[in-house]
Design a protein around this ligand. Structure first.
Ligand code: GRF
Length: 243
């Protein structure tokens, strides 16, 4: 798909490293997601991510990610959830703020609030999230600690469409990271995060290029129904090198 860059809105709550990965790729920095190692899932294209980030919105006024957006010249807004006594009111304010920008895609990039049904229905099919586990394993919080406690051999990250099933929407793409002897939650998180930074921009690219959609709860890429666990990114040697 060519033409004008697709308008998107990104929601964050904290550090904003996933946001930074998107900003970098939008600015034309070499993509982590490119290169021959992603060949099997069909990603060979080069070039900047064809999006226009109309706004970065945080529920947390202290979110470090807001600085990344500002540094890149992207407008920021704060909708502080603590100013609303009910979740539905917060969701409504957030929807209003988002809709002013008419986004084609809304990206949850480390957004840590649970969103209600009305919100999710309103953005059905154009709302994606990055989650630090190989879904459906380890939905919810503290995924790295839980993965280590469970003694799992493979951990990783998933990008999925958001539905009312918390962290349970159809998976678009996953990247897995072998758990090493001696891993702590921090060392494991660092390698998983590197993979997050590869697969989130990749899924965004697919979406804005018109290649990715959801139909009847299934993920379609290039018109083909994709496996329930999502496409699996080929391991990246650079991730293995992270200490
Ligand atoms: C990431 O691990 C993301 O998957 C999770 O929260 C973390 C946010 O990190 N939902 P960052 O703010 O993008 O650095």
């Amino acid at each position: 798909m060519s033409g004008a860059p697709a308008p998107v809105v990104i929601l964050i709550s904290g550090r904003g490293s996933n946001l930074q990965a998107i900003l970098d790729e939008t600015a034309g920095a070499p993509s982590l997601a490119r290169g021959p190692r992603l060949g099997p899932i069909g990603e060979t294209r080069a070039g900047r991510l064809p999006i226009e980030i109309r706004a970065v919105i945080s529920n947390n006024p202290e979110a470090e990610g807001l600085q990344h957006a500002r540094a890149a010249g992207v407008p920021t807004e704060v909708i502080d959830h603590r100013a609303y006594s009910e979740r539905a009111q917060f969701d409504a304010a957030l929807m209003q703020a988002i809709d002013r920008h008419s986004p084609r895609l809304v990206i949850l990039a480390g957004f840590m609030r649970i969103l209600g049904e009305t919100f999710i229905r309103h953005y059905a099919g154009r709302l994606i999230n990055i989650h630090p586990s190989l879904l459906p394993a380890f939905k919810g919080l503290n995924t790295h600690v839980r993965a280590l406690a469970a003694g799992t051999a493979q951990h990783g990250a998933s990008v999925h469409f958001v539905t009312n099933d918390l962290d349970g929407g159809p998976v678009i793409v996953q990247a897995s990271v072998p758990v090493r002897t001696g891993d702590t939650a921090d060392t494991l998180a660092a390698r998983v995060l590197h993979e997050e930074h590869r697969i989130l921009p990749l899924a965004i690219r697919w979406f804005v290029e018109g290649r990715l959609s959801i139909r009847n709860g299934q993920v379609l890429l290039d018109g083909e129904i994709r496996p329930e666990q999502g496409l699996v990114a080929v391991p990246d040697q650079r991730t293995e090198a992270i200490k």
